[in-house]
Ligand binder design. Structure first.
Ligand SMILES: C[S@@+](CC[C@H](N)C(=O)[O-])C[C@H]1O[C@@H](n2cnc3c(N)ncnc32)[C@H](O)[C@@H]1O
Length: 266
């Protein structure tokens, strides 16, 4: 499996369903609302959500730009895009889905008012190319909003999911699976990626996870690329890992998670 394989980690339908069911309400929707609130969106605007996954940001943006607006949710995973319309506001903008890599977005130059990308960039191998695509499709003066997890800080529940599987003695199932900062970014890296944009702001923001139950926090692993790895384990190993996860989540049921929220204009 090479580095590009990180982009295809969300292809399985079971990951998409479990992601939407367990992770979206507690982990990703609060950030989507925070991101959309960090920018001034206007009725009738066209918004592109890059690496949209199951569409948390796309749906929040559709509400903000209203029925006269247009929202495009783009992602490399068919399975994740299939979940985008679930829970969309009937009074919001229609949401179109576009299956495309972040490095080759099939939209015209200067065709979008707002580009958003939440917790997607760490999965993209050529992040410089992805940022260039975002700039290309954004009209001059258009707005950009990016969210990425902050490097060097513990990130629950994902660090515990990885730790528990690594402690079972497994080989890395995908590139940098056990790397502490695998799905995070430094401020320096993010700032460098935003060099071609104007009016750049990068804020570090913390939100507390409010899981409905320990079981939801544990089952969230099935909505991540670690899910199929856990499912493939022998039953005793699987139970051992799940029990270790329950212990983790019971000890720290409402962890603080921290991300950079960057805004800029084209
Ligand atoms: C952690 S999810 C974040 C999804 C969503 N933005 C959210 O906040 O819920 C990462 C997403 O990035 C997508 N992705 C990974 N590599 C990609 C690439 N090269 N181009 C487009 N999307 C990609 C995955 O398919 C997955 O849906």
């Amino acid at each position: 499996m090479n580095e590009d394989a990180r982009s295809s980690l969300f292809q399985s339908d079971s990951i998409a369903e479990n992601y939407r069911h367990y992770l979206l309400p507690t982990v990703f929707e609060p950030w989507a609302h925070h991101l959309v609130d960090s920018l001034v969106l206007h009725a009738g605007q066209t918004v592109l959500d890059v690496a949209s996954g199951t569409g948390a940001v796309a749906r929040a943006a559709a509400k903000a730009v209203g029925p006269s607006g247009r929202v495009i949710a783009s992602d490399i995973s068919t399975g994740m895009l299939a979940e985008v319309s679930v829970g969309a506001d009937p009074d919001g903008a229609p949401i179109e889905t576009l299956e495309a890599p972040a490095t080759a977005i099939p939209l015209e130059d200067d065709s979008v008012d707002v580009v958003l990308c939440q917790h997607g960039l760490p999965f993209v191998r050529d992040q410089v190319a992805a940022m260039a695509e975002m700039k290309r499709v954004l009209r001059p003066g258009g707005s950009l909003g990016i969210v990425v997890w902050v490097a060097a800080l513990r990130l629950e529940p994902f660090d515990s999911y990885g730790d528990v599987l690594r402690d079972e003695g497994l080989d890395e199932p995908f590139p940098r699976a056990w790397d502490f900062d695998s799905f995070k970014m430094t401020r320096a890296r993010l700032t460098k990626l935003l060099a071609a944009f104007e009016d750049v702001t990068v804020q570090s923001t913390s939100l507390r996870l409010d899981w409905p139950s320990v079981a939801d926090a544990v089952n969230g692993i099935f909505g991540t690329p670690y899910g199929p790895v856990l499912t493939a384990l022998m039953p005793e190993k699987q139970q051992h890992a799940l029990s270790a996860l329950r212990d983790w989540m019971t000890a720290s049921p409402h962890p603080l998670v921290t991300a950079f929220v960057a805004t800029a204009s084209a």
